[in-house]
Design a protein around this ligand. Structure first.
Ligand SMILES: Cc1cc2nc3c(=O)[nH]c(=O)nc-3n(C[C@H](O)[C@H](O)[C@H](O)COP(=O)(O)OP(=O)(O)OC[C@H]3O[C@@H](n4cnc5c(N)ncnc54)[C@H](O)[C@@H]3O)c2cc1C
Length: 588
């Protein structure tokens, strides 16, 4: 129980610093797993502008497991309205190209739909965060807005934090068994811990202008999230202004770059309205500016994510451009990896060594995401090249060069081929399913079954390849429950405990699991899949995906990654499973 003791020290098992997507997800998940937490966050409410918005299937799966998928989807713009990436000289101007994105192209739809029970969605951060905060509070987590971490120290037993309540203008202390640093890109927690950061900051400066403009007539026939308006004389990445859809089709973020060497950008209402008008290209559309903000491009990842009893998640440990839309996704997924481990350690079901696997598993993901996002920014340059935009050219030269794209000439033909190739390269940013979904962990919280990692049959970044190889995300397959309802393999696992999947011939695993659960004091339900068992594999998909015999088994971790598997039935299965679980949980 949380309590305030006589020395004015608030005691809690887990203190979470920061109320962004990472911290709020951690609060919600810990409550779901029966752990009290206190989340403190500096500002009076959640995000005050849209920022992150692309929410990928893996993140929606996390929300599904936490029981809030419906609340999130009800507030989000659905997947089919995220279809087109459009390049044009302005909304009203010449369209230069389109790419179907986020699995909306006919040849990618089945990849995405087959891989997950969940759909991507477009939910801006200022809409998502209130949903997460509400659900976190409803789940029982304590959240204190307007409270700022000033400092902290840790010892063998726990962490002591100094918090400043900005409303009451007074300081108090919190004593926690563990602390989560979810305090974003300017993380005080990371700085104080001295976690080594790799990479570079301030690689570019950007402006976000949040505005209202009814662009229905320019978008309804080509619905999408990103409209790249490329006029000569502008940055190669976001052009003269990229419009990010906040709410179809009347609320937007206009994003553009500036060079601080040329002075700070004019963010007056008149100046940004004028810019938006040029990018829209239609004088008749009324524009209402809601807010402006500046931000920087970073390419930074921490070499490790934790120190002692303090664990960092989200932008605190990985900072990168919004290309690929991975920022808040990776942050939520960090929390998902960490929460069950903290819960099992605090419940006394696992040894503290389990917590080392958090950094081991998530740091390589952070590195991959940071590098991918940066490369995707660089990959935008060929589009500007194909359009004939060059540094130092005048606007007139730029427009003349652009005209060549539409000419019946050798140069025009080459330019069109070049543009097509440059747009296809954007699949690595907007249809990068392998990066979005295909993480495979290697750590002491995964036990090998002696098989080699399966080779990728297709490009590992573009395509997700399902496998039950230990460390991989459990593949999704639709099953049928006894009432005839469709459930995903991911629905019968997760929820804060380990699960054992088996089928016909796997009875000995069931007996073993019951004994082990009792002896170790953990939950270990067994789900048997097959005709006449708990769930039917009606479509035969699970049989094609499971890579183990019917009588083998798959041990699924609470975060729906495979912890271990046995390809076949085993004679000494109880002893084997006990050894595996004891190893995974650091119980020896
Ligand atoms: C223009 C733009 C577009 C983006 N688009 C996408 C996208 O499409 N998809 C995507 O996934 N990501 C995107 N991102 C990135 C995304 O916004 C971040 O990755 C995400 O917010 C990180 O979440 P977080 O919880 O780690 O940190 P944050 O959201 O930064 O939250 C940190 C929290 O900690 C609080 N805090 C800080 N210091 C203290 C302290 N000392 N005491 C108490 N509280 C503190 C802050 O007030 C804040 O509430 C985008 C970012 C930008 C700028």
């Amino acid at each position: 129980m949380n309590q305030q003791n006589s020395d004015d020290v608030f005691q809690v098992p887990v203190l979470i610093v920061g109320g962004g997507p990472a911290g709020l997800s951690a609060s919600l998940l810990l409550s779901r797993y029966g752990i009290d937490s206190l989340l403190i966050t500096k500002h009076r409410w959640t995000a005050n502008s849209p920022r992150a918005h692309i929410t990928n299937q893996r993140t929606v799966e996390v929300f599904r497991d936490a029981g809030i998928e419906h609340s999130v989807m009800a507030a989000a713009t659905p997947h089919d309205l995220m279809a087109n990436n459009v390049w044009a000289t302005s909304f009203a101007g010449q369209e230069l190209g389109r790419l179907l994105t986020w699995g909306n192209a006919i040849e990618r739809k089945s990849d995405y739909e087959k891989a997950s029970p969940s759909y991507m969605c477009n939910i801006p951060q200022h809409v998502l965060e209130p949903v997460l905060a509400t659900e976190a509070l409803r789940a029982g987590g304590e959240v204190r807005f307007n409270n700022e971490l000033i400092d902290f120290s840790q010892d063998e037993e726990g962490v002591t934090a100094r918090i400043f309540d900005r409303g009451l203008q007074r300081e108090y202390r919190v004593r926690a068994n563990y602390m989560i640093g979810a305090d974003g890109a300017r993380s005080r927690v990371v700085e104080k811990l001295g976690l080594p950061l790799e990479g570079e900051s301030g690689l570019g400066c950007a402006v976000n202008v949040w505005l209202r403009a009814d662009l229905r007539r320019y978008c309804e026939h080509r619905p999408g999230v990103l409209y790249w308006m490329v006029q000569p004389g502008n940055d190669y990445w976001v052009g003269s202004g990229t419009f990010i859809c906040v709410r179809p089709w009347n609320e937007w973020v206009m994003l553009y770059m500036y060079d601080p060497a040329e002075g700070e950008p004019d963010l007056s209402e008149a100046a940004v309205t004028e810019r938006a008008r040029r990018v829209i290209g239609d004088e008749t559309i009324p524009i209402e500016i809601l807010s402006t903000s500046k931000w920087q491009i970073n390419h930074v990842v921490a070499q490790r994510y934790s120190e002692g009893r303090v664990f960092c998640v989200g932008d605190a440990v990985h900072r990168h451009p919004p290309a690929n839309g991975l920022g808040s996704n990776t942050s939520v997924q960090d929390a998902y990896n960490l929460a069950w481990k903290l819960a099992m350690v605090i419940h006394g079901q696992a040894g503290p060594g389990l917590l080392d696997s958090y950094s081991e598993e998530r740091q390589p993901v952070g590195r991959q995401v940071v590098d991918r996002a940066m490369e995707s920014v660089q990959n935008m340059r060929p589009i500007a090249d194909a359009l004939g935009f060059k540094a130092g050219q005048s606007e007139e030269e730029g427009w003349a060069s652009l005209q060549e794209l539409s000419t019946d000439s050798i140069a025009g033909r080459e330019r069109r081929a070049e543009l097509d190739q440059a747009i296809q390269l954007q699949n690595y940013q907007f249809n990068c399913h392998g990066v979005e979904l295909g993480q495979r962990y290697r750590s002491a919280a995964v036990v090998t079954d002696g098989t080699d990692e399966p080779d990728y049959q297709r490009d590992a970044e573009l395509y997700y390849q399902p496998t039950t190889w230990p460390g991989a995300r459990l593949p999704h397959a639709w099953l049928t429950d006894p009432q005839g309802h469709r459930v995903s393999t991911l629905d019968i696992t997760g929820k804060g405990h380990f699960t054992l999947l088996t089928g016909h011939g796997g009875d000995t695993w069931c007996q073993a699991a019951t004994t082990i659960a009792r002896e170790l004091g953990i939950e270990l339900p067994v789900r048997r899949i097959g005709p006449g068992l708990d769930y039917a594999d009606s479509y035969g998909d699970w049989a094609r995906l499971r890579e183990v015999d019917e009588g083998g088994c798959i041990l699924v971790r609470p975060d729906n990654h495979v912890g271990w598997r046995s390809l076949h039935p085993q004679s000494s299965c109880e002893q084997l499973l006990m050894e595996v679980i004891q190893h995974l949980l650091h119980r020896r």
